[in-house]
Design a protein around this ligand. Structure first.
Ligand code: ZN
Length: 344
């Protein structure tokens, strides 16, 4: 039995030595040390031994068992170390690899145009004012000299939420709200950028949702020439020093007199071409002197105060400045379109 135990020990140690993974070690453990393992088999023959021999064999069997267990543990630790080193090797960082490019975002083209206009007017002392997009009929129409059933309301068909609440059709209600806050005291000098809504069929030049920037300057002794000077500075800042402006008579319910401002066509220099439809001029915005009724409704003394207002569409300005041919490009979030304007 001694010989058999020694054989078992040697065989076990050899197999442990050559084991390549944890599963093989587990197999060795079961084969030699398990309930039906080799050592147990040997010990079954103990009954045939003499009283003197039993403890000797028993002790030897325990020693063999301990040695095998120890060898198993030590081999297991070694295998784990090897696995860890291999993992570290495979997952090591190659610091010489070139970095992955970071995808840089940028402001939307409309946002850039609006910011550019905001910067210009704040540099001239204007404040940026904002207001709600869901507006009351009073602020959106009535306070702007557009009483109910006024025919000019047809030009601004809107999305009504109730009879008295609607999606604002213009940013002018922000002017009305700001004027009221001033309690009849000038000066008021603001620009109001924001989204507006009209019931319109979308095409290359129309959208049911678009942006507007309006400006308002109310103080004593504000004249039409102040308006023209301001618009001239604006046009040259946005479109270039070589552009000139002209004012044409127009109609808006909240200004009197009202004008439309054109800039000279860059393509033909005023000669007439397909872009300016042969006229040499391109329409940019509407403006005028604030109607006395609007001032009075906001609590201003129209004998003492005068003012001018203007309103423009950043979409139209962006289309003209950057050659965008369809207004819908601004809203469809096609990254290929938007990317072209990074850094302009
Ligand atoms: Zn032209």
């Amino acid at each position: 039995m001694k010989e058999r135990l020694k054989e078992i020990k040697q065989e076990a140690l050899d197999r442990i030595q050559s084991a390549a993974d944890e599963q093989s070690l587990q197999d060795v453990r079961v084969y030699f040390l398990g309930k039906k393992g080799q050592i147990t088999e040997v010990l079954k023959g103990m009954g045939k031994l003499s009283k003197e021999e039993r403890p000797v064999i028993g002790q030897l069997a325990n020693e063999v068992r301990d040695e095998i267990t120890e060898a198993l543990e030590s081999k297991k630790a070694k295998l784990e170390q090897v696995a860890l080193e291999q993992q570290l090797q495979e997952e090591s960082v190659d610091v010489t690899l070139p970095g992955r490019p970071v995808n840089m975002g940028g402001p939307h083209l409309l946002r850039k145009v609006i910011r550019d206009i905001e910067d210009l007017f704040t540099s001239m002392g204007y404040e940026v004012a904002e207001g709600p997009e869901v507006e009351t009929d009073f602020y959106n129409f009535e306070s702007l000299n557009l009483p109910k059933h006024h025919p000019a309301r047809d030009m601004q068909d809107s999305f009504f939420i109730t009879d008295e609440l609607l999606m604002r059709t213009q940013t002018s209600p922000v002017q009305a709200r700001t004027l009221r806050k001033h309690d009849g005291q000038g000066p008021v000098k603001i620009i109001c950028p924001g989204k507006v809504y009209r019931r319109d069929t979308d095409d290359a030049t129309h959208s049911h949702q678009f942006t507007q920037i309006e400006g308002l300057y109310v103080d004593e002794n504000i004249r039409m020439s102040d308006l023209k000077g301001t618009l001239n500075v604006f046009a040259k800042h946005i479109f270039g020093e070589d552009r000139s402006i002209r004012l044409r008579p127009s109609f808006f319910p909240f200004t009197e007199p009202s004008v439309e401002m054109d800039i000279s066509c860059k393509i033909c220099g005023g000669e007439g071409c397909s872009v300016c439809k042969g006229s040499g001029w391109i329409e940019i915005l509407g403006a005028g002197m604030v109607h006395p009724n609007v001032l009075e409704m906001a609590g201003f003394d129209s004998e003492k105060y005068t003012g001018f207002a203007f309103g423009m569409g950043p979409e139209r300005i962006a289309m003209l400045k950057y050659g965008v041919e369809d207004i819908r490009h601004f809203y469809t979030n096609d990254i290929r379109f938007l990317k072209q304007f990074h850094g302009v």
